[in-house]
Design a protein around this ligand. Structure first.
Ligand code: FAD
Ligand code: NAD
Length: 480
């Protein structure tokens, strides 16, 4: 006899667990199916984000940034540090403690909200029937009013670089290194590649990144990408664009990588570790029975409409298994929207207002349209740009790299996008996300009072610069 629920969620990442909690808050009986177990066979909640993604990477970025600051910037403040050393094992333990706190926190939230956790592999059948196969092979049947698929994504594999033990690794191995590799190779100069490169470079690794594209960070506004490339190279990252990895070989515990450089010449490099970070793919293995009625698109993503409805009645899909950016906050937002829709409420996700951040130092963050796209589409726009070097707070912090760039419609002044490279860009971008959600103009931001001294003043000045009225800028002709 199948157990009955109003809502069954498959996957407990930031899409699934948030959807389950919201559904339960709305009075729906809810179960969440998760197959991840730890070495002790205990269920692990939180998905990629909490366990092997956003959170552990940010914990390591934070630790290594502090180390790097102590090494390079403290002296400037008059702080003398002697015998500075990094205990990698302690750093990894702290990272794991943060992960454990958050994942057990999700269990606590499930309990508090009455979400039933069902451990095992979930598979969707016709008419919202979910069959869950536990680790011991036993099968539980769940009959749901609605099903939310939130199975996430897995790293893309490339034939010339198959994973090998702790030598050729993906994001999981990259976050778990027990010692600082002397020479670290990374395939892919995307978000993961750059964040991992920053972590290990700060601890002393010699890092080479091999990127297939001839353009750096093609997904970002090219102004930010150019500045980012310059600053990251200045930090010592060896970023080689337009390269094609043809083979890897493990010899004497080292990884030999063969690649074609931008001139077509075959080159070889030897590394102590190699990270493969060439993108992620939706994970739908064993998720859909033949009669589920759910269709995939040509790239393997679950096909959904703007409100995450699949082709099967009463079945929704959210997060990394559907179109759109593979970001935790996008997954969570879709989770809340879908739970609301199931409960009969009005809900939508504003896909034009999803911020993206790369947590290098300085951070790169953006929301909305990119300048190159506005240009290509012939949109009439204005630009306001302001450097952090001209703000007192950045000077006081001795952290003056980067700028804020605001794009606004030339006719309506409505904000179209914002691109920030600088310290705390991940926090600063939220101001513009809110402004855009409220349909604000650049002048609205320009007329807002910002605390002094603060990095946010650069956002204010960029908004003033759209109208050519930035105060702390010598060249007042800052328009495009
Ligand atoms: P996931 O988090 O992947 O969760 C899916 C869950 O479903 C997993 O727990 C899986 O075990 C479970 N599952 C799958 N199939 C089944 C099944 N059939 N039955 C039962 N359970 C199943 N995003 C950001 O926004 N900010 C960041 O800073 C950031 N950093 C990242 C760093 C790294 C190294 C990586 C790899 C990713 C990072 N991301 C970041 C991306 C982010 O982790 C994902 O976008 C997010 O986790 C997607 O959430 P999700 O709920 O769709 O899927
Ligand atoms: P990505 O798409 O960001 O970058 C992959 C890079 O690898 C691209 O630059 C691509 O051109 C390159 N590439 C692809 N095939 C290659 C090949 N054969 N040789 C050399 N280069 C190759 O993917 P990722 O860095 O793996 O991250 C996966 C996803 O996880 C991203 O979509 C991102 O949204 C998410 N993520 C987000 C954050 C964050 O929000 N801060 C952090 C990490 C990951």
């Amino acid at each position: 006899m199948a157990q009955e629920y109003d809502v069954v969620v498959i996957g407990s990442g930031p899409g699934g667990y948030v959807a389950a909690i919201r559904a339960a808050q709305l009075g729906l009986t809810t179960a969440c199916v998760e197959k991840w177990i730890n070495a002790q066979s205990a269920p692990v909640l939180g998905g990629t984000c909490l366990n092997v993604g956003c959170i552990p990477s940010k914990a390591l970025l934070e630790s290594t940034h502090k180390f790097h600051e102590a090494n390079t910037a403290f002296a400037d403040h008059g702080i003398a540090v002697t015998q500075l050393a990094m205990d990698v094992s302690a750093m990894q333990q702290r990272k794991q403690a943060v992960v454990n706190k958050l994942t057990t926190g999700v269990s606590g939230l499930f309990e508090a909200n009455g979400v039933a956790l069902i451990n095992g592999h979930g598979q969707l059948h016709e008419d919202c029937l979910v069959k869950v196969t536990a680790a011991d092979g036993s099968i539980t049947e769940l009959k749901a009013g609605h099903v939310i698929l939130a199975a996430g994504s897995v790293p893309v594999k490339i034939p010339p670089a198959p994973l090998q033990g702790d030598l050729i690794v993906d994001n999981v191995g990259a976050l778990d290194m027990a010692a600082v590799p002397g020479r670290l190779g990374i395939i892919g100069a995307g978000v993961i590649g750059l964040e991992m490169a920053s972590i290990w470079k700060r601890l002393g690794s010699e890092v080479v990144i091999l990127e297939a594209m001839d353009k750096f960070l093609a997904v970002a506004d090219q102004d930010i990408a150019r500045e980012g490339l310059t600053l990251l190279k200045k930090q010592g990252l060896d970023i080689r664009l337009n390269t094609l990895v043809s083979a890897t070989e493990v010899v004497d515990n080292q990884v030999k990588v063969s690649y074609k450089d931008s001139g077509g010449e075959v080159q070889q490099l030897t590394f102590d570790k190699l990270i493969v970070a060439v993108g992620r793919a939706p994970y739908t293995q064993g998720l859909l029975a033949a009669d589920s009625g759910v269709q995939l698109d040509e790239r393997g993503f679950v096909f959904v409409d703007n409100q995450c409805r699949t082709d099967a009645p009463n079945v929704f899909a959210i997060g990394d298994i559907v179109r759109g950016p593979m970001l935790a906050h996008k997954a969570s937002e879709e989770g809340m929207m879908v739970a609301d829709l199931i409960a009969g409420n009005q809900a939508e996700t504003n896909y034009h207002c999803i911020p993206g951040v790369i947590y290098t130092h300085p951070e790169m963050a953006w929301v909305g349209r990119m300048e190159q796209d506005l240009k290509a589409e012939g949109v009439d726009y204005k630009v306001g740009k302001f450097p952090f070097a001209a703000t007192g707070r950045a000077m006081a912090a001795h952290d003056t790299d980067g700028f804020v760039k605001l794009l606004a419609d030339a006719n309506t002044d409505r904000i179209l996008g914002c691109h920030i490279i600088g310290a705390h860009a991940s926090e600063l971008i939220a101001q513009v996300v809110i402004a855009m959600e409220f349909g604000s103009s650049a002048e609205d931001l320009a007329l807002t009072v910002f605390a002094h001294p603060s990095l946010s003043e650069a956002v204010h000045e960029a908004a003033l610069a759209v109208g050519n009225h930035a105060i702390h800028m010598a060249n007042r002709r800052a328009r495009k």
